[in-house]
Design a protein around this ligand. Structure first.
Ligand code: ADP
Length: 447
């Protein structure tokens, strides 16, 4: 205790000085013992008063939460203020670390792709991140302290909160009904609750699409299989003439071809979805592509239509030759199938001023009503189901076209008018188009 000695010494010194002065005055007044006592008391009182003043300054400083520098009082007060100051600084540092940790923690929750809502023991909103505010349509400041079930009134959520069985998430619609949310409630602490929300709109949509897809495929397969089973039974049970037998066999062949086409289209779609994007450095000759498309189109039309190709030579597209052939081939096949005999089909290839390429397949066939156009590329979407099936359609052609075009970074644009005809346009981005100027200028005269 190094501070105690000087302090004792100070008190003794003050008392002694008081006694000395008191003795002097006492000698003069003739009451030496009394004056010595008074002098000693005054000396002690002086040092105590000095101490009290110092204590007061230290107290004032402490009352001000130790702000500013500590008063320099010397002796034990210096030691005390130094120790206090150290404690206060340590506390400040711990507080600021704590605050920083809390702020980082809240920032991390804010950055979460999921909504986070904290409820107090009464089920009132204590805090929520921006995602939760967006999911539930809350105002993080205004709605603080509000009972959560007053604001989130979806019956499934209210029932979930009332039941208090939080072992599974609950699915609820978002505030405007545009989203579907999966909400998980986790109790913690003393009656507090953590509410986590996740937007599962996309997941629900793709689940629904998958279910529809399976239902559609099953339906598409069942029809030809039922027909085939009927024919097999007919052949097995009825004595048929040779003419009838031939007819039944032809019809059976039609059904198997239909199933084969469907399976081929399904496999094409599966491959398109599962394989990497087509290369950007493998160049496909548009001339060769169009020659193949023309041969296939003419074989399908069998002279019932006029097919005119407008293809300036030398064009090249970077990508997959098989995919591009499948896309343009599908468009020309459709044009043939949906254009009555005697109609005309024009196929154009051109490079635009901005360097992008355009392939147009134009027909003057049956055309399509405006309301169907946005849905044409959906799988199994058909405007006229019987015509599609009668002409060997699977309802997957335009989905394949759209996939191929998107995989090449392009766009599919459809214009059509019922009774007048249609124009399907594939736009290929500039980066995937080039023209070989030394290409042999093959005249591509209309036939
Ligand atoms: P489908 O095998 O039924 O032809 P697609 O996906 O190729 O399937 O086309 C979807 C629907 O779009 C068709 O059922 C048809 O109604 C319509 N369609 C496609 N191409 C044309 C066209 N050139 N003219 C008129 N309708 C078309």
């Amino acid at each position: 205790m190094p501070w105690l000695l000087p302090r004792l010494a100070g008190s003794v010194l003050a008392t002694w000085a008081g006694m000395v002065v008191g003795a002097e005055v006492g000698d003069w007044l003739g009451w030496p013992a009394l004056c010595m006592g008074i002098g000693a008391a005054l000396g002690l009182a002086a040092i105590t008063t000095l101490d009290a003043l110092r204590a007061r300054r230290v107290l004032d400083w402490l009352r001000g939460a130790g702000q500013g520098s500590a008063p320099a009082e010397g002796g034990v007060w210096s030691e005390l203020t130094y120790r206090f100051e150290r404690l206060l600084r340590a506390r400040d540092r711990a507080l600021s670390d704590e605050r920083q940790r809390l702020s980082q923690f809240l920032q991390a929750i804010e950055a979460s792709p999921n909504g986070v809502l904290l409820l107090d023991a009464e089920g009132q909103i204590d805090w929520c991140n921006a995602v939760a505010a967006d999911h539930f349509g809350l105002d993080p400041v205004r709605d603080r302290g509000q009972r959560v079930t007053n604001l989130l009134r979806a019956p499934a959520f209210v029932a979930h909160m009332q039941q208090g069985q939080f072992d599974h998430p609950v699915t609820v619609p978002g505030p405007l009904g545009r989203h579907t949310l999966s909400v998980t409630v986790r109790p913690y602490g003393d009656g507090l609750k953590l509410v986590l929300s996740q937007d599962i709109t996309e997941r629900e949509r793709s689940d629904a699409m998958r279910r529809d897809f399976v239902a559609n495929v099953s339906h598409e397969m069942r029809t030809p299989l039922t027909v085939l089973a009927g024919f097999v039974e007919t052949m097995a049970t009825l004595p048929l003439t040779e003419v009838e037998r031939q007819r039944v066999l032809r019809l059976m062949e039609q059904q198997t071809t239909r199933m084969q086409t469907l399976l081929t289209d399904l496999l094409t779609l599966a491959q398109l979805e599962g394989s990497p994007r087509p290369p950007a450095d493998q160049w496909v000759s548009v001339d060769a592509l169009m020659a193949q498309v023309r041969a296939d189109g003419e074989a399908l039309s069998a002279g019932r239509h006029r097919l005119v190709f407008h293809v300036p030579p030398g064009g090249e597209i970077a990508g997959s030759a098989t995919e591009l052939l499948s896309a343009v081939g599908n468009l020309v096949t459709n044009a043939v199938r949906y254009t009555p005999d005697g109609g005309q089909i024009d196929v154009h290839w051109r490079v635009r001023a901005d360097g992008a390429g355009e392939i147009d397949v134009v027909d003057n066939g049956v055309g399509i009503d405006r309301e169907h156009i946005p849905r044409l590329t959906e799988r199994f979407y058909r405007v006229d189901g019987s015509r599609s099936r009668d002409t060997g359609g699977t309802g997957l052609g335009l989905s394949i076209v759209k996939h191929v075009v998107q995989r090449h970074g392009g766009e599919l644009d459809i214009e059509s008018e019922r009774g007048k005809g249609s124009r399907f346009r594939i736009v290929v981005p500039t980066a995937r188009v080039r023209v070989r100027h030394n290409a042999a200028a093959v005249a591509d005269a209309p036939r």
